[in-house]
Structures are given as structure tokens and as C-alpha cells.
Design a binder for this molecule. Structure first.
Ligand code: PMP
Length: 456
């Protein structure tokens, strides 16, 4: 196996930075002007982490491509980190959203799209009772509150190195001695994380059982496969054990399908026959406008209903419980969900998306093999990701240990300079229904060139 020459990486990085500077003067101008009122010239702090001296400002997008203000066409394999998994400006969703916008978008009253959207989600995920939020984060927060409310327990179990949005409880990790501590980079934690959270490595059934046996856990919040520290797939038996142990210890099992909706129309829940008590979705489901949703089994929905409505002040106090919000469940989001699930992200488009991801994976694997590089690539439905280790990781810690920030930044900038956007902060590509084999081939060629530059 080849080893990485760091001095060579630095030289190549400098070349790519110079190429970026030369090609993107208009983005630079926007960024300099914007910096007067936007820290780092961006409206959300993560956007400052893209590789390169300044962020790329977008002009317009359609399908799986966008054009930046410098007029450069990009194949978008990031797709807003799943927010645009259905492709940019999908026609049916744009039509429904535009029509709704022209007739009023937020009322704190239901429209016909609400029940239709809930039915579409119920059919896909097999849980009947749905509520809507503005983000997957909010959906996770809501379900955690409900789980605490119905179980009377305090703690949430999450998987080591998982990510579920800006949910306070979820920013926990295990230190070297196995204690629960805040993740590096966690900003302003309200309380020490071991007061709210139990952390278990992915695929570790004995640790999971021991954690639930304490009787402290209200909810287990998991992705069916890890997707936020590279992709880590579940081992055979993991999900059966999780379900069985949640039943045994009376814990609410929440499956967060926000990213794994890439695996099929009903996520991994439907694909693999999982049986959660609650399902969370978000990001792309409204075709590009903010929306999140959570669905509950009939049994859990009834437990929640009894707890919320029971007692003298049940209805009177329903707006101060910490679940819901003025814009949550707004008419625009629901029009978007109905059109997107009904007409855009249909079962028919998945085989094509998954085939494109297989092509992308094969392209990456070919370069790994040709240059004998100790990296691996893992596919999950319409998404795939490479990491800087020779074998597929089994848990989040193994995946995190393979991180190489300078190398990752280099590969992303190299791709960007060739008109390819990869999901930032890890090495992931996502396929939209509109992604073509030509789009993927552009990546295959550029990736080979990048690896050759590093290792040939
Ligand atoms: N759950 C999962 C699994 C996610 O990956 C993310 C975001 N990456 C979220 C929830 C939160 O989504 P949002 O930032 O749109 O609230």
C-alpha cells in the first residue's frame, strides 16, 4: 500500500488554492462585501468551512447542477447535504409551492395538504400518526420531549459519533475511559452531557443492553445506518437486538431517517422491515423549503395523547409544552411535502439514483485499486462515501479515527476546481433523480486525477 507524502499534499493544495482564486473573482467580491454584516461572509457558520479562501456564491440551479456567480457549471453531489436530494427546483414541487405561496402560506390552521402529506408518510414508513416541524432537528427534539413525558425518564441514548441536528442531548461522545463527555466543538452545552445522555458504540449489542438495563433511558435515538461520520452500516442482528431490548426495557425507539431516505422510498425502515416507535424525516421532503416530520405508532400516539390531554389544564397548556411552533406545519411546507413525495421522490426514481451511486462507488474503487491507496468506499442506496482507512468502519470511533482534515480539504477543493461539489466535512456524494451517468463520470475522472497527483 502507498503512503501519503505530506509535503506533496501541501504543494498540491497550494496549486488548487491558486486555481480557485483565479477562477472565482465574483464570489470573492460578494464575500468581501458580505463580510461587513455576515461573520466570515456567510449566513450560517458552517458555510465558512468549505475548502478554499472564500465560499462559492450560487447564482441558480436546476436538477443536479448549479451555476455560481462566476458562471461556472457544477455537478452538485452535495445537494445541500440532502436538503436538495430530490434535485434543485423539481418541477412538480415548484408548481405546487408557487401556487400555495400565491394563496397564502402560513395560517396556524390546517389545509388539505396536511392530511395528504401525512398519509403519504404513513404509507412509506408504516407508522400512522404524523406531526410537522420546520427541520429534522425540531422533529428530534419533539420526539425526545414526548418520550420523556410518557416514560417519566430523563436520559436519551445516542450512538457514539452520531449526529441528529442541533439537539443538545445528542452532542455526546465516549472518552478514552468510556465516560460520556461533550463532543469536541460543542458550543455552550446547557448541562454536562452525562446528565442527559447515554452513549453506546454502533453495532455494540452488549453495551446497548447494559445501557438500557439501568432503567434511566426514555428514548433511543438512532440512524439505521450511520451517515454523519462516513457511512457505517448495521451488522446482521443489530436492529433486531435494538428493537427487542427497547421492548424489554420499555424504551421509545426513534429511528431518524433524515439521511437514510436515500436507501428507499420508506428509508431503511421500510427497506429492512424495521419497527420503530417513532420515525423522523426532514431536509428534502418538501422539495427545497424547510420541513421536518415525525411519525408515531398508534400505541405511542395514544400514550402521548392521554398524557397531553389528561388533567384539568391539558388543552389549555398545549401551546407551552415545548413541542410545536408558529411556523411548524405551515401550509407551504405541507404543499411541498405532498408534491415532493407524491410526484418527485417516488418509488420509480430510486433504482436510477441507486444505480448512479453504484457507478460513483465503482469509479472511486477503481482509483483506490489502481494506485493501491489504503482507503475504502461504502454505498448506502443513493449515497456513497469514501474514507481514509483500508476497511469499512464498524462504529463511529473507527470512522472518526480515519479522519484526515488536510487530505479531505484537498480532495474537496480539487473537485470544486473541476466543477464538482462533494458534501463538505466528510467525503460523501449523493445522487438526485436527475443525476446522470455523465455527471458521475466527471467525478470518476477528477477523482482519479486527484489520487494520481497524490500517489502516482
Ligand atoms: N438527523 C440527521 C440524521 C441528520 O443528518 C441531520 C442533519 N445533517 C439532522 C437530523 C438535522 O437536520 P436539520 O439540520 O435539517 O435540522
Amino acid at each position: 500500500m502507498n503512503t501519503l507524502d505530506r509535503a506533496r499534499l501541501e504543494r498540491l493544495w497550494d496549486q488548487e488554492v491558486a486555481a480557485f482564486r483565479a477562477a472565482r473573482p465574483r464570489s470573492e467580491e460578494r464575500w468581501r462585501d458580505a463580510s461587513a454584516h455576515l461573520p466570515d461572509g456567510v449566513p450560517m457558520l458552517w458555510m465558512s468551512k468549505w475548502p478554499g479562501p472564500w465560499p462559492v456564491y450560487v447564482d441558480s440551479a436546476a436538477g443536479s447542477h448549479f451555476t455560481c456567480v462566476d458562471g461556472i457549471d457544477h455537478v452538485d453531489l452535495c445537494l445541500g447535504d440532502t436538503g436538495a436530494m430530490v434535485g434543485h427546483a423539481p418541477e412538480a414541487a415548484v408548481r405546487a409551492l408557487s401556487e400555495r405561496l400565491a394563496r397564502g402560506s402560513t395560517f396556524m390552521l390546517p389545509t388539505d395538504d396536511a392530511a395528504a402529506a401525512a398519509e403519504l408518510l404513513a404509507d412509506r414508513f408504516g407508522v400512522p400518526s404524523w406531526q410537522f416541524t420546520l427541520s429534522a432537528t425540531d422533529a428530534n427534539r419533539s420526539v425526545i420531549r414526548y418520550a420523556r413525558h410518557v416514560t417519566g425518564r430523563r436520559k436519551v441514548l445516542v450512538i457514539d459519533y452520531s449526529y441528529h441536528g442541533s439537539v443538545d442531548e445528542a452532542f455526546a461522545t465516549l472518552d478514552d475511559s468510556g465516560r460520556v463527555v461533550a463532543r469536541r466543538g460543542n458550543i455552550g452545552a446547557p448541562v454536562p452531557l452525562d446528565e442527559t445522555t447515554v452513549v453506546v458504540p454502533f453495532n455494540d449489542v452488549p453495551a446497548f443492553e447494559a445501557a438500557l438495563a439501568t432503567g434511566e433511558v426514555a428514548a433511543v435515538l438512532i440512524e439505521p445506518a450511520m451517515t454523519n461520520i462516513g457511512i457505517v452500516l448495521p451488522e446482521p442482528g443489530w436492529h433486531d437486538a435494538v428493537r427487542e431490548l427497547c421492548d424489554r426495557f420499555g424504551v421509545v425507539l426513534v429511528i431518524d431517517e433524515t439521511h437514510t431516505l436515500c436507501a428507499g422510498p420508506g428509508g431503511m425502515t421500510a427497506r429492512d422491515g424495521l419497527r420503530p416507535d417513532a420515525v423522523v424525516v426532514g431536509k428534502t421532503i418538501a422539495g427545497g423549503v424547510p420541513a421536518g416530520a415525525f411519525g408515531l405508532t398508534a400505541e405511542l400516539a395514544e400514550r402521548v395523547r392521554v398524557r397531553l390531554r389528561g388533567g384539568e389544564h391539558g388543552l389549555e397548556d398545549i401551546d407551552v409544552g415545548g413541542v410545536g411552533g408558529t411556523l411548524a406545519g405551515n401550509a407551504l411546507s405541507l404543499a411541498g411535502i405532498r408534491a415532493t413525495l407524491g410526484e418527485v421522490l417516488t418509488a420509480e426514481v430510486y433504482p436510477g439514483m441507486i444505480a448512479r451511486a453504484s457507478e460513483w462507488t465503482a469509479g472511486v474503487q477503481a482509483a483506490i485499486d489502481e494506485f493501491e491507496v489504503p482507503w475504502q468506499v461504502t454505498q448506502l442506496g443513493a449515497r456513497a462515501e469514501y474514507s481514509f482507512r483500508a476497511t469499512a468502519p464498524r462504529d463511529g470511533r473507527e470512522a472518526a479515527d480515519a479522519d484526515d482534515f488536510p487530505l479531505q480539504q484537498y480532495l474537496h477543493l480539487h473537485a470544486l476546481n473541476r466543477g464538482l461539489l462533494i458534501t463538505p466535512f466528510h467525503n460523501m456524494a449523493l445522487m438526485a433523480p436527475s443525476t446522470t451517468s455523465e455527471d458521475v463520470a466527471r467525478h470518476t475522472e477528477a477523482f482519479r486525477d486527484a489520487v494520481a497527483g497524490l500517489y502516482a
